[in-house]
Ligand binder design. Structure first.
Ligand code: URP
Ligand code: ZN
Ligand code: ZN
Length: 582
């Protein structure tokens, strides 16, 4: 594996700033087209066929491949100190793992200690990240305490520091949790600033009381983690957060939604809410489940501990994928928050001391492809919507990020739907030796990943550059949340059919009917779920239809749609050695 560790190690000749991706199928959230993509100086300059290209341009042949926007992971924790430990993935290793998996933008969380200046914490995060990131990144800021000075700093962060989203916690009782009155004030301030409040939705008081009872009864193992905070504890907080946001006339983004009950609460709220509500789920939720908490091996069980927890209900992953496919959930992040085995051992005799967090930034895209697209539950356009386009739109990065279009940043993934591998800690790029998706076979992975015009995964060879990424200011007053007008294409005019006025999320006032209010939420990402099918026009699986996950059906062949001979390209490990066709 070739890794260039500093910018000084890169020698970019002018022709290397030019790249042509030929013969691929370009997938955006609203459609698929056969087109070549020409990139120069980090920007997509042309998309189409028969392009006129300067001599000496490097060409990547994307025949039978999908050319998609680089993934945007809206939820990471690199170099975070929490629960007496520090996450293993720093901004270098974390973004390197992201790029290896096809993600080219991450949004991390600044989490100040109670009483700490938000600006000071923000500056600390910038110092940790700026010289290490291998791809572009943005920052959300946690509001972990409340005072008039916090309100002032929120204003400053929006006006001067490129922050448009603030996370509050309804759990973590003695560290980050706010009470409902404080939530009202944060949400109200966000509405004033035209920023987006984000919420960790779990009832911290119930968790605290249940935990006392479990420990008193002698339950100390990781199983106690889920027992102390079951689905109802999550769903109650989701509903309460939605009510508070509605009362304060603020939009809302609910992070890491982990259960069917929570999604039910969200669905109901989206029917009645004045403003947009966005629900995020995680790769962990679709790729594994809470049965691991009963594993007799502490190391194994503790490695799966995160909050809210994975759910033991075996129907959860499929229900969450269905919700993502049908726009009851809007996007998927990773909540990448990796801790070493040694740190997880802090909770050997008391589950409440296990640092909360799992991996996911590297495998998020492949896991979702395998579980959702290969099973026929989601088409490639919706895959793009939930892995990049919707995050770009919600955090006001569109159309620079989240689409393959003229004028957009050249963050592009050439996705090989036939690339087969088995996820393993032995091959991943995280700074930990455990992977919650260990042993999962995936068919479909990135072959090339282009970050700001630079080929950083080159036919399976990872060639990231530390410090190559830059901080992305996220402006407030996002049209998708506040104006009711969809963002424009890079050319300055609506590019997509779905951006016609009747498909735009209209501004909603108190006088609107419930149906109109529902439409705001349904149309948030501007795409009807049936707006796109596979390149061969295959219809998506209807509810109740056969689950193709365990059958011989392969989306790879569907996408290829060209010949019927079995041709599976095997690469294992990702970013490592590459074998030929067989
Ligand atoms: O368990 C988790 N989710 N760890 C990271 C902190 C958070 O609440 O997102
Ligand atoms: Zn959280
Ligand atoms: Zn998190």
């Amino acid at each position: 594996m070739a890794v260039v560790n500093s910018l000084s190690g890169i020698n970019i000749k002018s022709s290397q700033n030019r790249l042509l991706i030929k013969n691929g199928q370009v997938v955006n959230f609203d459609g698929i087209e056969e087109a070549d993509v020409y990139i120069e100086d980090g920007i997509i300059k042309q998309v189409g066929r028969n392009l006129i290209i300067p001599g000496g341009t490097r060409t990547i042949d994307a025949t039978r491949k999908l050319v998609m926007p680089g993934g945007i992971d809206p939820h990471t924790h690199f170099e975070l100190e929490m629960m007496g430990a520090k996450t293993a993935d720093d901004f270098y290793k974390g973004t390197r793992a992201a790029v290896a998996g096809g993600t080219t933008t991450v949004i991390d969380f600044v989490l100040p200690n109670k009483g700490q200046s938000l600006i000071e914490a923000y500056n600390n995060w910038r110092e940790k990240a700026d010289n290490k990131v291998c791809c572009d990144y943005g920052l959300h800021v946690g509001v972990t305490w409340w005072s008039p000075s916090v309100k002032k700093e929120m204003q400053q962060l929006v006006a001067e520091h490129g922050v448009n989203s603030f996370k509050v916690f309804m759990a973590y009782k003695d560290t980050w949790m706010l009470d409902d009155y404080e939530l009202c004030q944060v949400f109200e301030t966000c509405a004033e600033l035209k920023a987006l409040p984000q919420v960790h939705a779990e009832n911290g008081h119930i968790i605290a009381r249940n935990t006392e009872k479990l420990l008193a009864a002698g339950v100390t193992t990781p199983e106690g983690h889920e027992l102390s905070r079951d689905e109802e504890v999550e769903a109650e907080a989701v509903n309460r957060a939605c009510v508070i946001a509605n009362q304060m006339n603020a939009p809302l983004y609910i992070v890491h939604m982990m259960s069917k009950s929570a999604v039910d609460a969200l669905r109901n709220a989206r029917l009645r809410q004045r403003r947009a509500i966005i629900g995020e789920t995680l790769a962990a939720t679709v790729g594994t489940d809470g049965m691991h908490y009963t594993n007799a091996c502490f190391r194994h069980a503790a490695a799966h501990v995160l909050s809210p927890p994975l759910r033991p209900d075996p129907d959860t992953p499929e229900a969450i994928i269905k919700a993502l496919a049908e726009d009851d959930l809007q996007l998927i992040g990773s909540d990448n928050c990796t801790f070493t085995e040694k740190d997880k051992e802090k909770g050997k005799d008391d589950f409440t001391k296990i640092p909360n967090g799992v991996n996911g930034v590297e495998d998020r895209m492949a896991i979702l492809w395998q579980k959702a697209v290969n099973t026929g539950m989601m088409d490639p356009c919706r895959f793009v919507a939930v892995t990049s386009a919707t995050a770009a739109r919600v955090f006001n990065l569109w159309p620079a990020k989240g689409c393959v279009a003229v004028g957009s940043d050249a963050d592009v993934v050439v996705w090989d739907p036939q690339l087969e591998r088995t996820i393993s800690a032995a091959a991943h790029h995280h700074a930990t030796d455990f992977n919650i998706f260990e042993g999962t076979r995936v068919v479909g992975s990135p072959q090339y990943v282009i970050v700001n015009g630079r080929v950083c995964l080159d036919d399976g060879e990872l060639r990231v550059a530390e410090g190559l990424g830059k901080f992305l200011p996220t402006p407030a007053n996002c049209p998708y949340l506040y104006d009711g007008k969809p963002p424009l294409s890079p050319q300055g005019s609506p590019r997509y059919a779905s951006e016609s006025p009747q498909n735009s999320p209209a501004r909603v006032t108190n006088g609107n009917t419930p149906t109109e209010l529902h439409l705001v939420n349904k149309q948030l990402d501007g795409l009807s779920v049936s707006g796109c099918s596979t390149p061969t026009g295959r219809k998506m699986r209807e509810p109740g239809q056969r689950n193709l996950q365990n059958s011989t059906f392969s989306i790879s062949k569907e996408v290829e749609g060209l010949d019927t001979k079995t041709s599976v390209r095997v690469r294992n490990p990702p970013g490592g050695k590459s074998s030929g066709l067989w």
